[in-house]
Design a binder for this molecule. Structure first.
Ligand code: ZN
Length: 552
């Protein structure tokens, strides 16, 4: 098991409950049930009748409902965090499942989602690596696209599409069925188009999303510029799809956790001392679990259970530069979760579209802080390319995914979908993005078939586009306005989910229906690509050797 400099950095969950068998857990669950039953006896059937309810009674009912949800969230959060920190303990898994079952409903449609998960999580890809045959799972095969060895990346991609094609009939059937189910729901609810369900959930109107997606498409050329620069960096005439995530700089300089803490806090402070003050608490009070540990869940997240509680951050710190950005991202969520604690439980969470406002902003602050201080051109190139590719993955690629979904839904109105038809629609959506800057290999028509969002949360992907561009545009406004931007931004975070995103953003001078606003985000991306191009030019200049950067 790898060790990292974050050893010993683990969270303390005693603010929630004392242990998995704390009797207060069962008590809370029982109490919530009793209160929910009483609430339903008191209110069922009375809300729709004109005679029944006074405004005061309705408010009291809502407050009680909010209290019940808040109490349940404490248990849900505790069981979730306990299990994430150690998935090998069966008693933690039992608790997690018990709590999940008490608050879950299951329908026929969900069974197709589970079938999809079972198929994709049981896929095996046989591959020869370092002279040995290995059986890899889906996430392992996808991770190989980040390897420096081109031949390995190519073989990984071949294996991916080869195995997916063998399951193509079933994966097509699942997707086709879910689209049909979605369309039935739309008909029954009189929704004019299939994205409306998601728009309601996101508290946003269709026109704003339409504008956002059109502006994004108009900027695909920016990606072509970058792909050409990357081809030069990799010394290739042209990129193939499996080169997209190849590292441009392969040497890695370790980044200690303590150093990461200092960088994040300093970068946050450069925006406002308030950010430093809040983020410091996470380190001082053990609200972060960062060490690498057997049985601990992979990835990273920030849980903000309720306004009565503080957030918790989990990450797996492996001493890489990427981990510093992840820490900044999750602590950004943490800032948001702390600042919006003045809201009530129902007004606490934001919809998906604005959920990443503080996290991506936090990343930008740290990115700029590092970019100013990493003086070596190679380190800067690595940092910039990483940032640009992250942004492309959340902006351009998610736009492509959403366009594909639209096309699939439109096609399903005519007839049942076949693997060939879906494959053709997928390629069509991708050609617009990659143009002639990236070669798409044989087999890529299966590229749609393992993406979980299409199955579990349809039309979710445009929320990523919205969130990322919103932050880039806000960040640009910060640079233009300087310190006068800070209090407005703090108020935005403090507002949590108390209103629609559009209404919360209005006081900042943001109009989400105006294409110029979204274009601001792309100007920020263009500036990054330009900076990279200049650095590459400089680094290739014989007068400037491509030395490693000096580590501070
Ligand atoms: Zn996030």
């Amino acid at each position: 098991m790898a060790t990292s400099s974050a050893k010993g950095v683990r969270w303390n969950l005693n603010d929630l409950f004392s242990s998995y068998d704390d009797p207060r857990i069962e008590q809370t669950l029982d109490d919530c049930r009793t209160r929910a039953e009483a609430l339903s006896r008191r209110y069922r059937g009375r809300i729709e009748s004109t005679s029944g309810l006074t405004p005061e009674e309705l408010l009291a009912g809502l407050r009680e409902l909010e209290d019940i949800h808040e109490a349940l969230s404490r248990v849900g959060c505790y069981s979730g965090l306990l299990y994430a920190a150690d998935t090998s303990r069966p008693e933690y898994e039992d608790l997690e499942q018990k709590v999940e079952q008490r608050s879950r409903d299951n329908t026929g449609r969900n069974a197709f989602g589970r079938l999809f998960s079972e198929i994709t999580s049981s896929l095996t890809f046989a591959l020869e690596k370092d002279g040995e045959k290995e059986d890899l799972n889906l996430s392992q095969i996808l991770a190989l696209f980040h390897e420096p060895d081109r031949n390995l990346r190519q073989r990984a991609m071949d294996a991916l599409y080869d195995v997916l094609s063998q399951h193509g009939q079933v994966l097509t059937f699942i997707y086709d069925t879910l689209i049909q189910d979605h369309q039935t729901m739309d008909r029954l609810r009189h929704y004019p188009n299939p994205m409306v369900q998601r728009h309601l959930f996101n508290e946003i109107d269709a026109e704003a999303v339409y504008t956002l997606m059109a502006v994004t498409e108009a900027n695909y050329g920016l990606a072509h510029d970058y792909f050409r620069i990357k081809a030069r960096l990799l010394e290739l005439p042209r990129l193939a799809l499996y080169d997209q995530y190849a590292p441009v700089i392969t040497e890695v300089t370790p980044f200690q956790f303590e150093h990461a803490q200092q960088v994040v806090l300093d970068a946050f402070e450069s925006f406002t001392p308030r950010f430093r003050e809040i983020a410091s608490e996470f380190f001082a009070k053990n609200w972060i679990d960062a060490e690498i540990r057997k049985g601990k869940r992979g990835g990273a997240f920030c849980a903000s259970p309720s306004p009565q509680l503080h957030p918790y951050v989990l990450c797996n710190y492996t001493d890489n530069l990427r981990d510093v950005m992840t820490l900044a991202h999750e602590l950004g969520h943490g800032l948001h979760g702390c600042l919006s604690r003045k809201q009530s439980y129902f007004n606490y969470d934001t919809p998906l579209t604005t959920a990443e406002t503080a996290s991506v902003f936090g990343e930008m602050l740290v990115f700029d802080y590092l970019a100013e201080r990493h003086t070596g051109p190679r380190a800067q190139i690595g940092l910039l390319a990483g940032k640009i590719e992250d942004i492309f993955a959340t902006v351009f690629r998610q736009n492509v995914l959403t366009r594909f979904e639209e096309a699939a839904f439109a096609a399903r109105k005519e007839r049942r979908l076949t693997p060939d038809h879906l494959g053709a629609l997928w390629i069509e959506a991708n050609v617009k993005y990659y143009g002639d800057a990236v070669d798409m290999p044989e087999g890529y028509q299966w590229g749609w078939s393992y993406i979980p969002h299409f199955i579990h949360s349809r039309f979710y992907c445009y929320s990523y586009v919205f969130g990322q561009l919103l932050v880039l545009a806000l960040y640009r406004m910060y640079r233009e306005q300087g310190k006068s931007f800070v209090p407005k931004y703090l108020s935005l975070l403090e507002a949590g989910g108390s209103d629609r995103p559009e209404a919360l953003l209005n006081p900042m001078g943001v109009d989400i229906h105006n294409p110029d606003f979204w274009q601001k985000g792309f100007e920020e991306i263009r500036a990054l690509v330009k900076r990279l191009e200049e650095l590459v030019g400089k680094a290739k200049d014989p007068g400037q050797p491509m030395g490693k950067s000096s580590q501070r």
